[in-house]
Design a protein around this ligand. Structure first.
Ligand SMILES: [Zn+2]
Length: 269
């Protein structure tokens, strides 16, 4: 779409936010378009469809769900894969916990990243089930486990708001506040000295906040208001049905090859 790469300095289609400030929820980034790349030395690619007004590029809610859950799962797995008992014990327990909530899920050694652990890429409905039911606190003890579990459930709640066919102004206002607060909880800072009673480690790092998370917390509420004025909602713009077809096609195709269906390569977004 004439976008800069997600890892470029001015990564966002909708504003001039710089990549180092993706996590910043105390500033408001208006849906004004990205103009910063016209500055000398920053070469923004021209729009792919110049006839389409920028405000009509609506972010796809399904991809927000898929990519943000990828981040949450990766952060969680990075915590547990480091543990000594991962391969012999925890790996099987996680696979079993997934099976208990009727999600087909496996870890496998990746061929492309020299033997690092990779895992089954899940579709939207499975990802929602994992957010709602996966027992994180069985695998991460103490308040950290409980807080991560809350973080997952709160994201699902916010996503369901995003999908509602009708939203009141108050619901959109609340969404804006809660989505920003959700990002703050995601990267909340470590408090207190290590080993002291008041020590409370943060969940994840500011740099773990991705461009999709920035769009989710900074721009979606603006689109929700804009669409509401036109009596529309985000779900009209979802690509869910096309994704389902793509997934089925890929599974049918690879199911007949040595790559094996069901353990598709993780998406590279
Ligand atoms: Zn932005």
């Amino acid at each position: 779409m004439g976008l800069n790469a997600p890892n470029s300095k001015y990564f966002c289609l909708y504003c001039n936010c710089q990549s180092e400030l993706r996590w910043d929820m105390d500033q408001n980034f208006e849906n004004s378009g990205n103009h910063a790349c016209n500055v000398k030395g920053e070469n923004r690619k021209p729009a792919l469809f110049p006839a389409i007004n920028q405000e009509n590029y609506i972010p796809d809610e399904l991809h927000l769900l898929l990519r943000i859950v990828d981040v949450l799962m990766e952060c969680f797995f990075n915590d547990v894969i480091k543990k000594k008992e991962f391969e012999k014990k925890i790996k099987l327990e996680i696979e079993q916990a997934m099976q208990n909530i009727k999600v087909h899920f496996e870890f496998f050694k990746s061929r492309s990243t020299s033997g690092k652990w990779d895992w089954t890429s899940l579709m939207g409905p499975d990802k929602k089930r994992v957010l709602e039911h996966f027992p994180i606190s069985q695998f991460i003890s103490g308040t950290r486990g409980q807080e991560i579990e809350k973080l997952w459930k709160e994201f699902l709640r916010l996503y369901k708001v995003l999908r509602k066919p009708f939203l009141s102004d108050q619901e959109i206002d609340a969404f804006e506040i809660d989505a920003k607060q959700w990002i703050r909880t995601f990267y909340c800072a470590t408090e207190g000295r290590p080993n002291s009673i008041s020590h409370k480690p943060g969940l994840y790092r500011k740099q773990d906040v991705t461009p999709y998370m920035h769009v989710f917390a900074q721009h979606m509420h603006q689109f929700m208001r804009q669409l509401k004025m036109k009596n529309l909602s985000l779900r009209y713009f979802s690509t869910s049905s096309i994704e389902r077809k793509n997934h089925d096609q890929v599974r049918l195709f690879f199911g007949g090859t040595t790559m094996g269906g069901g353990t598709e390569k993780k998406s590279e977004y």
